[in-house]
Design a protein around this ligand. Structure first.
Ligand code: FES
Length: 174
């Protein structure tokens, strides 16, 4: 089986003008880079003759596609029903305020990416957020700030390095 890099190059190479190939090309670019960089859009545009502006339009239409790399820490705040009635909206606003980003964005230092998700499957802990694989429950805005500051402190003490592309297609709805 081809690895991811072969997959993107191979898809570009075998493109024969068949309709419906743009989305698979974008998916394989995202699998390869962890997001869809400008140069991938350029390659795809050259090969398919689809204007770059159209490709950008497709990327921004589908929430599965990302134009920025993932942060080292991917935050998923639950916005499901149980969390919603327990104050999820306030938690999301707190994360946005603390990190200075919107949902779907990555901080300029490459540390954090913020998503909201429909349910994390641990409603009894509502409101809940996950940071990478770690679940934090029964949160309050001050608690969220404390956790985020702790993660940032820890990352700095370890020496911040550029984030590795996460490869995953993202965390659900924005
Ligand atoms: S609704 Fe938030 S974990 Fe289920």
């Amino acid at each position: 089986m081809a690895d991811r890099s072969e997959s993107f190059a191979y898809r570009l190479w075998r493109y024969d003008g068949a309709p419906g190939e743009l989305i698979p090309l974008l998916q394989s670019a995202q699998d390869h880079f962890g997001y869809i960089p400008r140069r991938a859009i350029k390659y795809i545009s050259e090969v398919t003759s689809v204007p770059e502006s159209t490709i950008y339009g497709v990327i921004t239409f589908y929430s599965q596609f990302r134009l920025q790399p993932m942060g080292r820490y991917v935050i998923r705040v639950c916005a499901g029903t149980a969390c919603h009635v327990s104050g999820a909206k306030l938690l999301i606003e707190t994360v946005q305020d603390e990190l200075g980003i919107e949902v779907g964005d990555t901080t300029a230092d490459g540390l954090f990416t913020l998503f909201t998700v429909a349910c994390l499957g641990c409603c009894s802990l509502a409101p809940v957020m996950m940071i990478n694989d770690e679940t934090h429950g029964r949160l309050s805005p001050p608690g969220v700030r404390k956790i985020l500051r702790g993660v940032r402190r820890e990352a700095r003490s370890k020496g911040a390095s550029p984030p590795a592309p996460a490869g995953a297609a993202g965390g659900g709805g924005r």
